[in-house]
Design a protein around this ligand. Sequence first.
Ligand SMILES: [Zn+2]
Length: 163
Amino acid sequence: MNIIITRQGYRCFRLIFLSIILSVPCYLHSAPGHLIREIPAVWLSDIAIAAYDSHGPVIYYNPLLTEQVGPWITEFIRAHEFFHHHLGHLQREKYQSTPLNRSWLRREFETEADCEAAKVVSPYAVVAAVEYFVATQGPTRPDPFHPTGYERAATIRDCAGDR
Ligand SMILES: [Zn+2]
């Protein structure tokens, strides 16, 4: 039997594979006392966000966008969202009425999560994240609650140190 894998089929396979890779280690990272589940969400307009659902802390990620940005930026963003939970930036009670509540966002929280992520991710992820924020945001910020792209790149570089 001949199996023809079209370009679209290959992309679909890579997407599913990436989803599995991102989902498998979901129980490795935990906030104090809680497992953090990682849930694919194609409806999400961001690459990933930290949130709570009725079962506890979660990270929603858009597998289409992680596919677009590639593994190194995905590695950095994943660590960044994990640290939002680990550093206690989110208040669980705010999620009961608004599942995707983002009122907890603060520039200093974003900087903290970037810094801690930069300390633990691979050097490839550090370089990719710096290039990504310089290229996509530069002197601008996506909203009032995030630092500018240049500020985020500087934080990531400083916190990563000489690795
Ligand atoms: Zn963040």
